[in-house]
Design a protein around this ligand. Structure first.
Ligand code: WQD
Length: 342
């Protein structure tokens, strides 16, 4: 019998790409989302890409314990990938209670329901933000986690700890946390991608919206950092590569291949790219000119972060494959696809 994976927050940017890869790898899935930060565009795209009209979708809020229990009653769930969370760093500073309540209680509800239904494999969607401004680069999974600089970042650290402690106490729960670096790009079909609400906070959606004329000018935050060209360094990971890492992690759990009951993996490329380099690559590969200007640093940004990916490469048998250029082409194709629909 096929194994079933619950994808919480599965209608969003990362969840939809992961849904496609899970189906392509032979898993059954159930997608659940409260649609608080997305519409059905990406879920419809998942159905089109996979040719599967019958993917179960449940509109529900993971903060609602009864709804989570009903979901586990209805479906036999072999693994959960938990994406359902608020993700805007700045908003989390302004609304900490909202962020802590939503991000922590939804995850606690998933764990409680899983425990009440005979246990489960739990994959938690974490972030390189837990490393803060790292002293030694690249960061390995053993690098220290630094105190979070936002409630959003803190919810990632706390949820990692909740999973670690739960796994220790409950033999029926196994867990993996994937620490993502900077996910960018879209599916090569241009049927699913990132759909930021309002003014984008992240670099690539801001670039594509500037290129299409929705934003007048891209601000590059700071060119006086101690880096080769003065702009920040990040590890930009293609969204499809990132999605494939989830399949590898789910397979590891379901096939009983974990070496410990709780494991952590960095999911990045291992290559640092500066903001200026990314902007210029975007212009070059897509043949467009971007209107941009260097402005002051953005408070809270770290100078540089990139991943040591050896553990994920060896243990998950996974490696980032798409080049930054291909990823930037896909991001542009997606923006143009959206513009065509407007
Ligand atoms: C990348 C670089 C900016 C916008 C954040 C969160 C992290 C994760 C992903 C997700 C930085 C520069 C950006 C712009 C710019 N969270 N930049 N002009 O800050 O590395 O990570 O998003 O859910 O937790 O902290 O990503 O894309 O915002 O920025 O110059 O208009 O681009 O200064 O150097 P970041 P980002």
């Amino acid at each position: 019998m096929k194994k079933r994976v619950l994808v919480s927050g599965g209608a969003g940017y990362i969840g939809s790409h992961v849904s496609v890869e899970l189906i392509n790898s032979g898993y059954d899935i159930v997608v659940a989302d409260n649609m608080s930060n997305c519409d059905l565009t990406c879920f419809e795209g998942v159905k089109k890409i996979t040719g599967r009209e019958d993917i179960p979708f449940v509109k529900m809020d993971f903060c609602d314990m009864e709804a989570v229990n009903r979901l586990f009653d209805e479906y036999r769930i072999d693994a959960v990938i938990h994406f359902a969370a608020f993700k805007a760093v700045g908003e989390s500073v302004a609304k900490p209670v909202l962020y802590y309540k939503n991000n922590l209680s939804s995850f606690l509800n998933v764990l409680e329901a899983a425990m009440g239904h005979g246990g489960c494999n739990v994959l938690f969607s974490s972030s390189a933000t837990v490393y803060g401004e790292a002293e030694k680069l690249p960061v390995t999974e053993q690098s220290p986690r630094l105190p979070a600089t936002s409630p959003y970042g803190n919810t990632k650290q706390i949820c990692e700890d909740i999973l670690r402690d739960t796994v220790k106490a409950e033999s029926s729960i196994k867990g993996i946390a994937l620490r993502y670096f900077n996910p960018i790009g879209a599916h090569p079909s241009a049927l699913i991608g990132e759909l930021p609400r309002g003014v984008p906070n992240n670099l690539v959606p801001f670039i594509t919206q500037t290129a299409i004329g929705k934003r007048e000018r891209l601000s590059i935050f700071g060119n006086d950092y101690p880096t080769p060209d003065g702009t920040c360094l990040r590890d930009y990971i293609d969204i499809v590569d990132l999605a494939k890492a989830h399949v590898a992690a789910v397979r590891r759990m379901l096939d009983g291949k974990m070496k410990k009951d709780y494991e952590i993996f960095n999911i990045g490329t291992g290559r640092p790219v500066s903001v200026a380099e990314l902007v210029h690559s975007f212009e070059k590969v897509n043949g467009v000119k971007l209107n941009y200007a260097y402005v002051d640093r953005r408070p809270g940004d770290v100078t540089a972060i990139w991943a040591d990916t050896a553990l994920a490469n060896e243990e998950l048998g996974w490696k980032a494959e798409r080049s930054v250029d291909e990823t930037l082409e896909s991001a542009w194709a997606w923006e143009k696809h959206l513009a065509g629909k407007e």
